[in-house]
Design a binder for this molecule. Sequence first.
Ligand code: BEZ
Ligand code: FE
Length: 290
Amino acid sequence: MRNFDEHTITDAVLERTRDARDPRIKEISEALVRHLHAFVREVRPTQKEWAQGIDFLTRTGHMCDDKRQEFILLSDALGVSMLVDAINHPVPEGATETTVLGPFYVHAAPERALGEDISGGVEGDPLLVTGTVSSPDGQPIPHATIDVWHSDSDGYYDVQQLDALGQLAMRAKFHADEKGHFNFWSIRPAAYPIPHDGPVGQMLEAQGRHPWRPAHVHFMISAPGHEQLVTHVFEAGDQYLDSDVVFGVKDSLIREFVRREPGPAPDGWVLNVPYYHLNYDFGLKPLRAA
Ligand code: BEZ
Ligand code: FE
């Protein structure tokens, strides 16, 4: 077969994938070819535009290393990460909704005891975080593992300023108590722009978009017999809730970070400055409902 033109090339490429051994690879390859060709037919790129597209992807790849994953950031900023998340995480009544993992998760976060301050001495408004972990039917899940991480009051994560901080901070791994309760202290996070000094930042600029995410605290919660939950809790009232650059906000994940006057806090600590209190009760999906 030869002499392909605009009208015959798609079928010809599909025909070549006919003998793919793995049926899933075949299905994915066919869809990729159909959608990619349809995109090119719709856009009708000039040769120069096509070269610019290749250059964009090349620069995206070159930006990646063990600390920076520009392709995931691209997927996040194009809403693909949240689309994949939505497809894979239908949420039954009583289970907490999911959202993107983001690039600032650290596998080996320091283990901390309930009630500890995880701010690592970073300055900011004190934040008390309390909550519970249960099954959708309301049964507490004892000893669930809770990974937590968030930005400082200038919007930076510890891993973006490790040289200055000298240690991980504003992140920890806890275990809920036997009734599924957890509590800890940290500082109130701020809204921040996703890393935008690379190709994704240039794309956002060209698309007339800002790079900001509303203030949030990340949670990754695991317990035997339950699906791992990856989510955040967003601060109510943040100016970016309706324009999160990675499309991660859901109403059910928004909570008031309630300002409290100095004095005794619910966990017994006595504060001599105002502080904020965030409470969130998480619901984990049982594995059999997955
Ligand atoms: C984050 O919330 O940490 C994040 C998520 C997606 C892209 C960049 C940052
Ligand atoms: Fe974040």
